[in-house]
Design a protein around this ligand. Structure first.
Ligand SMILES: *[C@@H]1O[C@H](CO)[C@@H](O)[C@H](O)[C@H]1NC(C)=O
Ligand SMILES: *[C@@H]1O[C@H](CO)[C@@H](O)[C@H](O)[C@H]1NC(C)=O
Ligand SMILES: *[C@@H]1O[C@H](CO)[C@@H](O)[C@H](O)[C@H]1NC(C)=O
Ligand SMILES: *[C@@H]1O[C@H](CO)[C@@H](O)[C@H](O)[C@H]1NC(C)=O
Ligand SMILES: *[C@@H]1O[C@H](CO)[C@@H](O)[C@H](O)[C@H]1NC(C)=O
Ligand SMILES: *[C@@H]1O[C@H](CO)[C@@H](O)[C@H](O)[C@H]1NC(C)=O
Ligand SMILES: *[C@@H]1O[C@H](CO)[C@@H](O)[C@H](O)[C@H]1NC(C)=O
Ligand SMILES: *[C@@H]1O[C@H](CO)[C@@H](O)[C@H](O)[C@H]1NC(C)=O
Ligand SMILES: *[C@@H]1O[C@H](CO)[C@@H](O)[C@H](O)[C@H]1NC(C)=O
Length: 279
């Protein structure tokens, strides 16, 4: 009996061993996260709901809207210098995302009299993102003389007291010399994705503005890590990309543990190789 019990305990311990060995970071980041209908994964992470090591620096999002009973209506929000941008779609394959200015979107969605003059110049943090090619520029002129604005109904958006002229990039130069434009005080730049306004005038300014614009992201590539069964992440202590694997984290991709073992031996023998092995 005792022998059998010992054997049982031994088998129990052996079979349980791998479960105990699952790496904390891997486990912590392996829970699928969605915001509304959008799947959120590396390089993005939702601040507050996920640990920062599951994502890449500068890719933290918040999840907005969607009451408790209406999770589907939630949407991810990205903060770019001075403005909030609603994420419409993330393509992990092409490493692109489509976003639009939140103030503009709310105005377009529910005709709220948003103060469109609070829309900031679009400044893309170029360590994380770059504008995709073939995007159209728009200039927003606000605080202009109301009668000047009213004389261009085609380009007028906003409410009476917060009205703005949204001028496509190719039309803006024609306004450049006008005294009234100089009086508008400040002008803003927005960028719009798709089609080219020129072909789309029938669609109307609001519809065109509502499309948002496309950006490409520039985080460390995840494909080799993912292909080896890992999850991508980041170590904020060492400031390095990490491949979070079921057994432990690696620098680029998951490896068989015996490789890790020989590396460990090398580490003991040659202290200088330390970082090569552990990274
Ligand atoms: C991830 O780690 C944090 C902090 O230790 C913990 O609060 C959270 O519950 C963990 N999440 C998962 C899915 O393990
Ligand atoms: C989002 O992107 C994916 C991948 O590119 C695409 O298949 C899908 O149609 C897009 N969805 C929307 C709503 O644009
Ligand atoms: C417009 O919609 C947005 C998001 O749906 C919401 O945050 C905002 O409060 C709404 N504004 C008004 C005036 O309803
Ligand atoms: C806005 O102005 C137009 C004409 O200037 C007027 O017809 C309309 O009633 C005004 N709307 C509001 C909400 O004040
Ligand atoms: C601007 O107009 C909207 C409705 O047209 C009104 O709700 C808002 O209070 C007005 N704002 C100011 C500052 O007058
Ligand atoms: C919109 O915001 C600007 C800048 O804060 C402010 O000067 C202006 O009075 C606001 N307009 C309205 C109608 O609220
Ligand atoms: C936006 O950029 C334009 C051109 O660089 C500049 O003239 C304008 O003052 C900027 N507006 C704000 C609010 O910073
Ligand atoms: C980051 O690196 C430090 C030092 O090597 C280590 O103690 C820590 O566990 C690592 N964290 C992650 C998230 O990899
Ligand atoms: C993970 O560790 C277990 C036992 O420690 C080992 O059998 C397995 O091959 C390792 N897996 C990888 C991918 O290294």
């Amino acid at each position: 009996m005792n022998q059998n019990l010992c054997l049982f305990i031994l088998i129990f311990l052996l079979s349980e061993a791998p479960a105990f060995a699952v790496d904390f970071y891997y486990q912590n980041c392996s829970v699928p996260i969605t915001c509304g209908r959008q799947k959120i994964s590396y390089p993005f992470y939702i601040q507050g709901r996920q640990q920062d090591f599951c994502g890449y620096p500068g890719f933290q999002l918040s999840c907005q809207g969607g009451a408790d009973d209406d999770e589907e209506e939630a949407y991810p929000l990205l903060r770019l210098s001075g403005g909030d941008y609603i994420i419409h779609n993330i393509s992990y394959e092409s490493q692109t995302l489509v976003v639009s200015n939140a103030l503009l979107s709310h105005y377009l969605d529910n005709s709220s009299c948003a103060n469109l003059s609070l829309i900031h110049n679009l400044t893309i943090p170029n360590e994380q993102f770059k504008l995709a090619p073939k995007q159209d520029q728009f200039f927003l002129l606000y605080n202009c003389n109301p009668s000047f604005v009213d004389s261009f109904p085609k380009y007028k958006i906003g409410c009476n007291n917060t009205s703005v002229l949204a001028l496509p990039g190719q039309i803006y130069p024609k306004f450049g010399g006008l005294v009234e434009v100089e009086k508008c005080g400040s002008s803003e730049v927005a960028v719009v994705h798709g089609g080219g306004y020129g072909n789309d005038e029938a669609a109307g300014m609001k519809e065109v503005l509502g499309r948002g614009f496309e950006m490409k992201w520039l985080a460390a590539d995840c494909s080799r890590c993912q292909g080896s069964g890992g999850l991508c992440g980041f170590n904020y202590t060492t400031r390095h990309f990490r491949c979070l694997c079921p057994n432990r984290t690696h620098s680029v991709r998951c490896k068989k543990d015996d490789e890790g073992y020989s590396c460990l031996v090398a580490k003991i023998g040659l202290v200088n190789y330390n970082s090569m092995c552990i990274q």
